[in-house]
Design a protein around this ligand. Sequence first.
Ligand SMILES: CC(C)(COP(=O)(O)OP(=O)(O)OC[C@H]1O[C@@H](n2cnc3c(N)ncnc32)[C@H](O)[C@@H]1OP(=O)(O)O)[C@@H](O)C(=O)NCCC(=O)NCCS
Length: 166
Amino acid sequence: MKIYETDRLYLRTLNIEDIDSVMSFWGDEEVMKYCGGAGNREQEMKSLKFYINLQKEKGHSPYAIILKENNEVIGVCGFNPPDNNEDIELVYHFAKGYWGKGYATEAAIACVNYARKYLNRDTIVAFIDPSNKSSENILIKLGFIFKGVKWHGGSKNEDLYFELTL
Ligand SMILES: CC(C)(COP(=O)(O)OP(=O)(O)OC[C@H]1O[C@@H](n2cnc3c(N)ncnc32)[C@H](O)[C@@H]1OP(=O)(O)O)[C@@H](O)C(=O)NCCC(=O)NCCS
């Protein structure tokens, strides 16, 4: 189901048939270096099922990001439940071939706009590894504010913690 559109991208909910596409980033050690590491196909099938279920139950999840130009799934961007399961956490993972073109920022802005319109929240949170400068760059461009250092169960790391007030 398509949920949002920008100049260059479509955002839609994930489905099981996305497994080959998501393996191009979730299965890539370099992409997932700061996000708990790459997974094999079986593990990422479980992640896909988890997010499909999350969307059904909570009405938000990481979304498939489709490049209009070639109709490919180039990454995911959207909302993950962090450990406390109350907040919504912005996440983004893109295939390496699509870095440095502004797609992640465009998708992240779309997700924030989507949350403002449909998710009825006051805040979006984000966690990043202190070395993950390109990810921090996106948060700063979106107006997220650094709040301190916090343990993140997904990355199993003391991460930098940011919040955006909607
Ligand atoms: C984090 C990640 C998504 C960032 O990717 P990215 O390519 O740096 O981000 P974008 O796609 O927004 O591209 C930004 C760059 O594209 C460039 N660019 C080129 N064409 C552009 C255009 N038409 N519009 C905007 N920017 C453009 C800009 O120079 C910009 O860099 P700048 O902000 O330093 O000026 C990517 O590195 C990734 O997938 N990393 C692994 C996963 C991860 O760590 N996720 C974060 C934790 S959840």
